[in-house]
Design a protein around this ligand. Sequence first.
Ligand code: SAM
Length: 218
Amino acid sequence: MEKRFWLDCWAEQRIGFHLPEINPHLQRHWDGLAVPAGGRVLVPLCGKSLDMLWLREKGYEVLGVELSDIALQDFSRENELSLEWSREGGFASACCDGLTLLKGDFFHLQARQVGELTAVYDRAALVALPASMRPSYVEQVTRLLAPGAAGLLVSIDYPEGAMAGPPFSVPAAEVMALYEDAFEVNLLETGDVLKANPRLAEKGIKYLRKQVWGLRRR
Ligand SMILES: C[S@@+](CC[C@H](N)C(=O)[O-])C[C@H]1O[C@@H](n2cnc3c(N)ncnc32)[C@H](O)[C@@H]1O
């Protein structure tokens, strides 16, 4: 997806992907990953996800990376964070109490800019990217994570061509193909969530499966 697409989404507030509550899959599965307390969690393509605050509450240091200034300004204002921005290596960054936000293109982030990361949380990041960008995204995640790092990935899967993404359908076989060289991959949960998305059901989509994956960097 072109950067312009996402910047326009934020400018026009077309952000149906944003959840006004903590993601239930995160709450259900995070503890099972046994990420050490105090670990540093990467949240790529973070938007203004409240999940970052939940992870911080759990005692992790959170590093959110996002392209859109509007997303990060909204996140800061809506959650009454007092952020001071500075600029380093193509990224603007702001820190406050266990939370660091980097504004810029995730694909340009260098390992030396992020320090050691012990986990990644991906909700609506991999599936926000078209197929051509997914291998580079997974390579970038792999490069940034320390060996042994854990991950939680939420993906979706629907019949090919049933709708124009994002979100894109990323079938289980593709998740395995993308991650299995560098990660142990475990399917933690799967289920059809079409009923909970009546707008998509009305479009005649036959199924909409959500998969939750546990990852462990080799
Ligand atoms: C579908 S949204 C998901 C946001 C968030 N993960 C959530 O669960 O609400 C995808 C986000 O990725 C951001 N994004 C897209 N491409 C990016 C890139 N190359 N670098 C950083 N952020 C990017 C978009 O601006 C958008 O906020």
